[in-house]
Design a protein around this ligand. Structure first.
Ligand code: WTA
Length: 648
């Protein structure tokens, strides 16, 4: 790990920043000692219909887990992101859309955003969508994704955005779990010059999960022919042409649901993490302002997809609540060339740029020339999210992309946290490459060992958070017990993040990665159990175990051990067949990197798979295999070692 310390840049940069180290310290202390007072004031940055009188009402006690913020206040999230800006910035660009094809672009002002969101909302209403109904959004990175989300917020419907890279099977599971009857999709998506058949995928998903009473609203993106079911499918452009651009706001309680977002856990199917309105928006807006040192007039670009929480909080809700200009990019970093990100930065004079380590590593691997051919002088701040950033990639990002001028905010957070919890504040925090540094306001991280004992001072352990913050998820949709069990039962009285972490002598936090059966592949979160259940759903597979292993570009790769049914022969074709099968069941992001034929899996005598051993073998690390003599059949371990796949 790099021991280097990068101080806050001096001069103009520091003067412009919202907060310096002293201000951070004072505000942080106050946020912990007086959360009611602190968040009571912060909440007023939003426009409330009925102002709240109660601020924080939360409990992490098992049996009584309940999280409520601003619970007697009412507001409208879309009005906070759009309407309240109209008087002062109606003609300011709210969304810059940069197409996959570099010649395609669009600039949408706050006034236009208002009109389009109202029309979308009226279409939803015209087709019977009401407050509390779930609307599934399966769209590419086009402005309509933001219109659809905000339209739901305007009428109090709950959106469930499903990443456009997920397969029909994965989409079906999410439609079913949310019981949504209204689906918004596009004819096709476009990424890296390739077409993604979103409408066809939606048809396939509904053939599996549909009850026959769904409505499908289709945005025309490519205009190429798509299958059509009359009576069910509607063209968005025809529907919006028919409705008024005036849509009254619904009055929404702070604790009414805003959205569900499915994410992977250690066990079972992906869970629908539920976020509510008042606290979520307060936290997204506040973190967006301070972590990115966002000022009026900045051009801000987060490269995430709206299908992930980063897209929700830091493309749509946080920036728009702050009246920002947010850039939405349809494409990929390597199309048409490896310079694409930097060309987009130059084209729009981007000041704040937020991306993922996996993209940084891939671009670093392509060489500096692709960066140096661009100007990038507009950049003032760089951000990283999604997985630990290795110091080498950090240094490259800082020195080559940022030419040493721009601080990097390495932001640690999760779908469940709603917003950033641990991150530098660029005017206040000296940086250490690879460390997410210090907690944001109201966030109390702690490290515990496996027994739950608190580790004080410089230490390593499991990362827990001691008390609630306004952006925290409130429940898992339809399964509060699973919410309690997953996050509050392991170390009772605390929120367990699932991450391992080190705290150094300066109190800086270094996230080391997941300590549960979740793997992080190119910044995408996947449960090993999901990949296993995809594998065993193949008719020739008897059993499968999946673990992560270190991967130079992706952070972690997916390593699968597969046992076939008796009589089935292993062959290179089998590897292809299984890979295709997992892609079909989950999506391309879950493509196995390595599949090893396992005549048997290491199990205890009671039949439990010893994943620890499988992880070690995948990591090519045998020094600490532990006692294998207690296994039901110790010989299988040697066979797995002898046939390991990623030998260098
Ligand atoms: C990991 C993404 C190290 C972590 C916002 C977490 C990180 C999981 C960082 C959540 C970071 C995210 N440094 N690890 N800066 N940011 N992670 O729900 O393991 O898709 O638990 O949310 O990503 O992934 P999720």
């Amino acid at each position: 790990m790099s021991g280097k310390l990068y101080p806050v840049p001096a001069g103009e940069w520091r003067e412009r920043a919202w907060l310096d180290a002293k201000a951070y310290d004072a505000l942080y202390k106050r946020s912990i000692s007086d959360p009611q007072g602190f968040w009571g004031e912060i909440g007023r940055r939003l426009d409330w219909i009925k102002p709240y009188t109660r601020v924080k009402n939360t409990s992490f006690v098992p049996g009584d887990v309940s999280i409520k913020w601003y619970e007697d206040g009412t507001l409208n999230v879309a009005a906070n992101c759009i309407d309240r800006h109209l008087a002062t910035r109606g003609d300011q660009v709210a969304i810059i859309w940069e197409g996959d094809d570099p010649t395609q672009e669009e600039q949408i002002t706050y006034r236009q955003l208002h009109e389009r969101v109202c029309k979308f909302a009226n279409v939803l209403k015209a087709h019977g969508v009401k407050k509390g109904d779930r609307v599934t959004i399966y769209l590419p990175m086009i402005p309509e994704a933001a219109y659809a989300m905000l339209a739901c917020a305007r009428i109090g419907a709950i959106h469930s955005v499903v990443f456009g890279g997920f397969s029909p099977e994965a989409l079906a599971g999410r439609i079913e779990d949310a019981q949504s009857k209204f689906i918004i999709t596009a004819d096709e998506g476009v990424r890296g010059g390739k077409f993604i058949p979103l409408k066809k995928n939606t048809d396939d998903a509904l053939a599996k999960a549909g009850k026959g009473d769904e409505t499908v609203l289709v945005v025309r993106r490519t205009g190429r022919p798509v299958p059509w079911t009359a009576g069910r499918d509607l063209w968005a452009h025809e529907e919006t042409a028919r409705v008024s651009a005036d849509c009254p706001l619904a009055e929404i309680n702070a604790e009414d649901a805003l959205f569900i977002l499915y994410t992977s856990g250690s066990t079972g199917k992906p869970k629908g993490v539920l976020h509510t309105s008042g606290g979520y928006l307060t936290y997204a807006a506040l973190t967006h302002q301070y972590v990115f040192d966002y000022h009026d007039g900045d051009i801000y670009w987060c490269t995430a997809d709206v299908g992930w929480v980063t897209g929700h909080s830091y493309i749509v809700y946080g920036p728009l609540a702050n009246g920002a200009t947010t850039l939405m990019f349809e494409g990929v970093p390597n199309y048409p060339t490896m310079s694409r990100f930097w060309n987009v930065v130059d084209k729009w004079k981007v000041n704040i740029f937020y991306t993922a380590p996996t993209a940084i590593r891939a671009l670093m691997g392509a060489g500096d020339d692709f960066v140096k051919s661009s100007d990038r002088s507009s950049l003032r701040l760089l951000g990283s999210v999604g997985e630990p950033i290795n110091p080498e990639a950090w240094e490259w990002y800082h020195n080559v992309v940022g030419e040493g001028r721009s601080p990097i905010v390495d932001t640690w957070w999760q779908t469940e946290t709603g917003g950033i919890l641990i991150s530098p504040l660029p005017g206040a925090t000296a940086l250490k490459p690879g460390s997410a540094t210090l907690p944001f306001f109201g966030v109390q991280p702690e490290l515990v060992d496996d027994k739950g004992t608190v580790q004080s001072g410089a230490a390593t352990g499991n990362l827990v958070i001691l008390d609630s913050w306004p952006g925290q998820a409130r429940t898992i949709y339809g399964d509060h017990e699973r919410f309690v069990q997953t996050y509050f039962a392991t170390y009772p009285g605390t929120y367990f993040t699932g991450d391992g972490c080190r705290r150094d002598e300066d109190g800086y936090y270094w996230i080391t990665g997941r300590v549960d059966d979740v793997i992080n592949v190119s910044g995408h979160r996947l449960g090993t159990a999901e990949v296993e259940s995809a594998l065993v759903s193949h008719p020739k597979v008897a059993e499968a175990a999946v673990v992560g292993y270190p991967h130079n570009l992706k952070g972690q790769g997916i390593y699968c051990y597969v046992t076939l049914n008796a009589g089935e022969a292993w062959s290179p074709e089998m590897v292809k067949e299984l890979t295709a099968h997992v892609r079909k069941e989950i999506g391309p992001i879950a493509s196995p990197d390595l599949i090893q034929f396992a005549p048997g899996l290491p199990k205890t005598r009671s039949g439990k798979i010893m994943r620890r051993i499988l992880r070690k073998i995948a990591e090519d690390e045998y020094s600490n295999l532990g006692d294998i003599s207690t296994l039901a059949d110790p010989a299988v371990v040697q066979d797995l070692i002898d046939n390991r796949q990623n030998r260098r």
